[in-house]
Design a protein around this ligand. Structure first.
Ligand code: SF4
Length: 216
């Protein structure tokens, strides 16, 4: 069976994830250099390095290739009303993306949120368009910026340096998890297709260091 994780930050909403960086081709700016948004990746620090957190992600890396993986995922989501794809990692394979699309199509009772940088690779466009056409799916193309820069109509999320510099705009929403000890606390904006852009204030000491270096 697929290994599904529970994320306390997301009010206990469940997610299916892979190990960060090695399944994130969209995180590479140039050989050996990560894009700014991934330099402070939370999924490479702290709890994410514990063996019991890494093991399911490594298991999932090959498990999805099974013939009956889609059937198993659909059955596993029977009681979920919200689901997050890739708390860490990314949809690095077109075959995986096509399987996730089928899971989304066969679980209309569940809202899916899939953040990704794989939109940079044209071969993924058709499968992302098919996901976006579903009422129960929010696919968010992540901007690489950590200073709030994004392309309207393309990006669905961006990191901004802090909440104080966030400028409210129609269709955008500031993630206010920082006001609730880092938890969603009932907010479901990331799953809401009517919200064009989510702005996440930078979090974590590692990301704070990256931003300081960028601004030096
Ligand atoms: S915008 Fe809302 S749903 Fe998304 S991570 Fe922040 S608190 Fe959670």
């Amino acid at each position: 069976m697929p290994r599904i994780s529970i994320t306390s930050k997301l009010d206990g909403i469940r997610s299916w994830s892979l190990q960060a960086i090695d399944t994130c081709p969209g995180s590479i700016a140039s050989p050996g250099v990560l894009v700014d948004a991934c330099k402070g990746c939370y999924a490479t620090t702290g709890n994410y390095n514990y063996p019991n957190v890494k093991a399911p992600r490594e298991f999932n890396r090959t498990d999805w290739e099974r013939m009956d993986w889609v059937d198993d995922m659909v059955a596993a989501l029977e009681n979920d009303r919200y689901f997050r794809w890739f708390d860490s990692g990314d949809v690095y394979s077109l075959a995986l993306a096509e399987k996730i699309l089928e899971v989304m199509q066969r679980t209309p009772w569940c809202k899916h949120w899939l953040p990704t940088r794989m939109h940079k690779f044209p071969k993924f466009r058709m499968v992302f368009d098919a996901m976006k056409a579903l009422d129960n799916v929010s696919v968010r193309f992540s901007s690489d910026s950590i200073t709030g820069e994004y392309i309207p109509g393309l990006h669905g999320s961006v990191i901004g340096p802090d909440a104080a510099t966030y400028q409210d705009q129609p269709g955008s929403s500031l993630c206010r998890a920082y006001e609730h000890e880092g938890k969603c606390s009932g907010c479901r904006a990331c799953w809401d297709k009517s919200v064009d852009l989510i702005c996440y204030p930078a979090h974590g000491q590692k990301m704070a260091r990256v931003i300081r270096l960028m601004q030096a």
